[in-house]
Ligand binder design. Structure first.
Ligand code: ZN
Length: 345
């Protein structure tokens, strides 16, 4: 099944062409530079940029897959969660193309896409993997921190989620506090700084350590970091930026390790899947690998760095697995749903 997929859920305008689970093209236009000076994503700017770029990005995806739109079997689009007015741009474009070229439209949950990034293969079908179910899925990004029990293909039960900030969002905010400047996104800056830092420099609490559930919470440690930095003053802060970054990372990722461990104790799973932008962080990868090793199960990450952050190929691969079972949906019934939860659709 050849699918043209579109994702405009946040600040990336993305289109891709996939053949089953093989990626033929994956084009992402990032708006990061346009939002950087505001220290975060500005919805109106995002919408305008998506509108300006979407046609070109779709065209480029088709061209680099050497495919004509007439030859695709279906069109897939992210309907949520995400920024409502940004989602709308991709949905409108997908509907317009589906109607004009008489193609079925497959709506995909963005987090389902991040999950299926682990199933994506390159155009030659590599890497060959047979992922065993049931699986525990850890989704960590700028907007989400979730643990999902995936019994089989396209079946999801969210078993843990953040009560306030997402892990990626907390890392972005920490970067701003540590560097004392409007920086976006900041997660990779924190990771880089932390490499040279002492993670025991600042004793931050481990969030939700004692809670019996599988939920996360990150706003408390962000505030704890802010108070600690204010108390230190600029000179000390400048001197200890790496130590602060390392201490913050340790707190964020130790809490994830604890919840992954608890989930593995409660649910009998055969593999772990990791999706979302923060999945590229080495500290996180190592702690998940170590938990997986203790339970003697494999852990899978997307095969390419391009598949961690937002992209449309992951939406195409998810749509392929959904399309195998789903009936055709009425094109006009597809609507954005900014806050939809995985498994509730
Ligand atoms: Zn995302």
């Amino acid at each position: 099944m050849k699918i043209l997929s579109i994702d405009t859920s946040c600040d990336e305008t993305a289109a891709a062409v996939t053949l089953n689970d093989h990626i033929l093209s994956n084009i992402t236009f990032s708006q990061i530079l346009m939002h950087e000076k505001f220290g975060g994503v500005v919805p109106d700017i995002a919408r305008r940029n998506h509108e300006e770029r979407i046609d070109g990005v779709v065209e480029k995806a088709l061209k680099s897959a050497r495919t004509k739109i007439e030859d695709v079997d279906a069109i897939a689009v992210t309907f949520g969660p995400g920024l409502a007015i940004a989602l709308g741009v991709g949905i409108n474009k997908a509907k317009e193309l589906a109607k004009r070229y008489e193609k079925p439209l497959i709506p995909v949950n963005h987090m389902e896409g991040h999950t299926y990034a682990c199933f994506a293969k390159n155009s030659k079908g590599k890497p060959e993997r047979s992922i065993l179910f049931p699986a525990l899925v850890l989704l960590v990004s700028g907007a989400h921190t979730e643990l999902v029990y995936m019994k089989k293909h396209t079946s999801y039960e969210v078993i843990g989620k953040t009560r306030d900030d997402a892990a990626g969002e907390a890392l972005d905010k920490a970067a701003r506090i540590i560097l004392n400047e409007h920086i976006y996104p900041g997660g990779s800056v924190v990771e880089r700084l932390a490499l040279k830092g002492d993670e025991n420099f600042l004793a931050l609490p481990i969030p939700m350590k004692q809670s019996k559930d599988l939920d996360f919470s990150y706003s408390g440690i962000k505030t704890a970091l802010l108070y600690a930095v204010q108390e230190m003053g600029d000179k000390e802060r400048n001197l200890h930026m790496s130590d602060l970054a390392a201490s913050f990372q340790k707190s964020v990722f130790t809490s994830i390790a604890i919840k992954v461990r608890a989930a593995l104790d409660q649910y009998n799973v055969s593999s772990i899947l990791v999706g979302g932008g923060v999945g590229a962080n080495e500290y996180l990868r190592n702690i998940v690998r170590s938990e997986a090793r203790k339970h003697k199960i494999p852990v899978y990450f997307p095969y390419s760095k391009k598949l961690y952050g937002d992209n449309a190929a992951m939406i195409g691969v998810a749509a392929y697995y959904k399309g195998l079972k789903a009936q055709a949906v009425d094109i006009d019934s597809v609507e954005r749903n900014a806050r939809v939860e995985l498994g509730k659709f």
